[in-house]
Every structure is written in C-alpha cells, then in structure tokens.
Design a protein around this ligand. Structure first.
Ligand SMILES: [Zn+2]
Length: 275
C-alpha cells in the first residue's frame, strides 16, 4: 500500500473511531413523566407537623415518575397499589389520622397510554418501603430494583421482608449514579425510614430536579424543616433535608415534593412530559 493511502486509511479509521466514541458519549435523560399514583385526604396533619394543625385535614397526592434515559426506562416510586382503583371510597388507613388513598387511574393504564409495557422498564427504585410507594413494585418483576441495604434489611410487619425475595435488586450503601453519566443519581436521604432515598435527575431543558420521596411531605414542612412524628430518626431526617438543600444549591435544582398537592396541580402530567 502506498504510504499516502495508508496514511489516509489510518486517518479514516481514527475519524470513525472518534465518531463512534461521540455516539457512545451521547447519553442522558430525554424525558420525565409525572404519573398520578394516588389522591387522598389526610385525617389529621398534626402527625406530620408535631404540635401544630391538630384536627386539620389536608388533601395529598401521590406521584410516580417515569424517566426515559437513552439507555432505557427508569421508574421512580410505584404509588398506591393499582387494586385500590376498584375501591370507590378508597383505602381507609389503620390510623384515622393518616391518609385515605384513592386511585383515579392505575399505573398500568398510564403506562399503556404512553405505549410502554411493564417489561420495557428495566430499572426502578422506590424512595422507601411505605405502601403508598411500593404498591406496584411487582408489576415489574424483571426490573432491577435499586434499594438501600438499610431499607432492604429493615424488618417489616411480622418480620416480613420488604420486597419479594425473588425480585432482582442492587443493594446500595449511599449515593448511586444509576447510568454512569451523572444524569440520574440516587441520593441516600435516611430518616423518614432507615434507608429512605431521593433522586436527582438532570434534564436537558428543564434542568436539575430533586424528587424528594417523603424526605418532606409538603412545602410548609420543607420551609420550616419539620420532622413528622412517625419518622424513624429525627436527626437523620434533619441531616437529609440539609443534604437535599445543599444539592438544590449546588445543582441549581428544583425540589419536587411527592405528596404536595398544590405543587402537583401546577405540574404537567403524563402524557405531557418534561425534557
Ligand atoms: Zn408517602
């Protein structure tokens, strides 16, 4: 091969290599959908605001978030069990001060409307293992579940496991960059439960968003840094709120509070999306 041809061939190879590299580096979040995963009424919100609001009721919402990443679908929280949709008066709580949940739409129906089959979801996480967040985990028996070891090992009622032992899991001890590109990061935010976690999502146009699970339940509690009486640890709860506040500053992120009705009423719901 003449030297000039060889040089050209090498240059072409280098270019195609660079193109392939650029292609593989084009990774990130494309869309985020907010799904209606429950609507409810709290009987007495003093259980979230110790010493305040005795006897006061409040409407709550419950949200799930579906993320379209270039590498696949990721689901954050699964809401109230879809079976509650068949209960016209909703699911009454054991504690009358807690939330009576209704399910105006199932999670399955909302996925179907988006043209997504449960089997398309390859990875998921829940903020914590209370039933208004884990209600539909087994709709996705094949999806890898990212969960803090402290939550996974936390004994449930009658020592029951928190998740079906056959469900594929990746046990975490701290933060986790889910796709390795910094676009979806699980933040360890214990306190509400021993292994509670939040999610930092970086969207191309919307910017960064922190999905705070139940690290806080509504905006007034965030503004006043209140810790509900049912939380597992008051100190951890306070530290986790500070960690979220630091993340909001560092990443210029918005705080999206799962159960805050006023905030969700202002948001785009699926099939609309954030990009
Ligand atoms: Zn909750």
């Amino acid at each position: 091969m003449p030297r000039i041809k060889l040089a050209l061939a090498i240059a072409a190879l280098a270019l195609s290599g660079a193109a392939a590299l650029a292609q593989s580096e084009k990774t990130g979040v494309e869309k985020l959908y907010v799904l209606n995963c429950g609507e409810g009424t709290a009987g007495d919100i003093s259980r979230w605001t110790p010493g305040l609001n005795e006897g006061k009721t409040m409407d709550f919402v419950d949200s799930c978030y579906l993320i379209k990443h270039t590498k696949g679908w990721f689901l954050w929280d699964t809401g109230i069990a879809d079976s509650v949709a068949a209960m016209p008066n909703g699911l009454p709580p054991a504690d009358p001060k807690a939330v009576t949940w209704r399910r105006p739409k199932t999670l399955a129906a909302q996925l179907e409307q988006l043209g997504i089959k449960p089997g398309d979801v390859k990875a998921m996480a829940v903020s914590h293992t209370h039933p208004d967040h884990t209600g539909n985990v087994e709709l996705f028996p094949q999806a890898t579940l990212y969960v803090q070891k402290a939550e996974y090992d936390w004994p449930g009622a009658n020592n029951e496991p928190r998740f079906k032992p056959s469900h594929p899991v990746e046990l975490l001890s701290g933060d986790k960059d889910v796709f390795g590109d910094g676009s979806v990061t699980i933040l360890s935010t214990p306190g509400h439960t021993p292994g509670h976690q939040s999610l930092l999502v970086k969207l191309p146009k919307t910017g960064a968003v922190v999905l705070s699970g139940d690290a806080v339940h509504f905006k007034d509690n965030w503004d006043n840094r209140r810790v509900p009486s049912m939380n597992a640890s008051k100190d951890q709860s306070a530290a986790s709120m500070q960690k979220i506040a630091d993340t909001l500053t560092k990443d210029k992120a918005q705080l999206w509070i799962n159960h805050d009705k006023a905030q969700r009423d202002s948001q785009k719901m699926a099939p609309e999306f954030y990009d």
